[in-house]
Design a protein around this ligand. Structure first.
Ligand code: NAP
Ligand code: F7E
Length: 325
């Protein structure tokens, strides 16, 4: 019997990392996850996988730890999902964001070049790189104009991934993913913030919800659909970059409407505006054209915006009914 394929996932404790690990395990992969040392372990999203994945300690700030992780795991595929991924934090911690989400990628690529140059590499790029958009919808060829330190760091990471592919002939792909959400989304991101609040209000545990820009629009998809696209990118004959998106824009107001009405509430009775939650620079008209992914990867989103927000609201409502720990 041939040996199983091995994958190293950085950011395995995050939203995408946990779904990708499940996806790869289902396909028979031996999955390694890079985790960083913290004063207390926070592995909630992968608790159910702990027996099935190998965790290796390491940090994108520490090159030797990355080299060790690659030597230990001998991966056929590397998925670099680790990053400081919350946009507002990138204004308060711009240098750290650049270190994690920008230069950290060069550290990992450099280790791959030295330890396992035959491996295939996926970089988690983002629609935030398009920022002040140069065309609508955005495609793989749309020029970048990032509007946050996070977007700038990710633009650097995107270009260095392309650069290592072209300079050294490594199999490196950059997936330019638009917003994708799930019940495992970090609690500070807008969809989860709203679904959690709607659930808590419906359960009588919270009174109101303070929000920022309700007119902000995004192209929101479901994280489970998107990890499938990451894997497909690394199964191609030659490495290329792909936009992954639904092609639809919706407002934060619509997120509120659907989440609250799913739980029998009227959002207008609960939501207030807090100017402190507005951003120094907003991005407008972010909407992706995923036709290249449709044609070459056979990928398409399977979950609609409404289904996504409904499933998040129901999931948080169920969880809010469980006894508090
Ligand atoms: P997430 O939930 O915020 O997860 C981020 C992961 O990175 C966590 O596992 C975190 O570990 C890890 N990490 C952070 N700094 C690290 C460091 N210095 N060394 C090692 N690990 C580190 O993010 P996500 O939503 O799953 O997104 C996955 C990736 O896709 C990110 O790179 C993000 O920027 C990118 N992306 C996301 C979206 C989206 O809409 N979700 C869209 C486009 C691109 P801890 O648990 O220890 O904090
Ligand atoms: O904000 C508006 C806010 O924080 C979405 C990350 O995964 O996707 C994510 O970045 C919109 C913004 O995500 C609140 O102004 C209004 O316009 O959920 P978010 P994001 O900034 O789009 C991209 C693709 C990534 O790559 C990132 O890693 O919602 N908004 N009121 C609010 N946002 C938050 N967080 N909180 C509010 O109260």
């Amino acid at each position: 019997m041939s040996e199983p394929r091995r994958a190293l996932v950085t950011g395995i404790t995050g939203q995408d990392g946990s779904y990708l690990a499940e996806f790869l395990l289902e396909r028979g992969y031996q999955v390694y996850g890079l985790v960083r040392r913290a004063s207390s372990q926070r592995f909630e999203r992968i608790e159910h996988l702990r027996e099935r994945v190998e965790l290796v300690t390491g940090d994108l700030l520490d090159q030797a730890s990355l080299s060790r992780a690659l030597t230990l795991s001998r991966p056929h595929e590397i998925y670099n999902l680790a990053a400081q991924s919350f946009v507002p934090t990138s204004w308060t911690e711009p240098v750290l964001t650049a270190e994690f989400s920008g230069v950290g990628v060069t550290r990992l690529l450099e280790c791959m070049r030295q330890v396992c140059p035959e491996a295939r590499f996926y970089q988690a790029s983002t629609s935030e790189m398009f920022g002040k958009v140069r065309e609508v919808p955005q495609r793989e060829t749309t020029p970048l104009y990032p509007r946050s330190p996070y977007g700038v760091a990710k633009a650097y990471a995107h270009h260095i991934t392309v650069n290592y592919r072209e300079s050294y002939g490594l199999y490196c792909c950059s997936g330019i993913l638009f917003n994708h959400e799930s019940p495992r989304r970090g609690r500070e991101f807008v969809t989860r913030k709203v679904s959690l609040a709607a659930a808590a209000i419906a359960r009588g545990r919270q009174k109101g919800l303070a929000m920022g820009n309700l007119d902000a629009r995004r192209d929101w998809g479901y994280a489970c659909d998107y990890v499938d696209a990451m894997w497909r990118m690394l199964q191609q004959e030659s490495p290329e970059d792909f936009v992954i998106a639904t092609g639809e824009m919706h407002t934060v107001r619509e997120v509120c409407e659907i989440a609250f009405s799913t739980l029998g509430l009227d959002w207008r009775e609960h939501v207030t505006l807090d100017p402190a939650l507005l951003r120094p620079a907003e991005v407008d008209q972010l909407v992706g054209d995923a036709s290249k992914a449709r044609e070459k990867l056979g990928w398409r989103p399977r979950t609609s915006f409404r289904e996504l927000i409904e499933l998040m609201a129901r999931s948080d409502y169920e969880a809010a009914g469980s006894p508090r720990t």
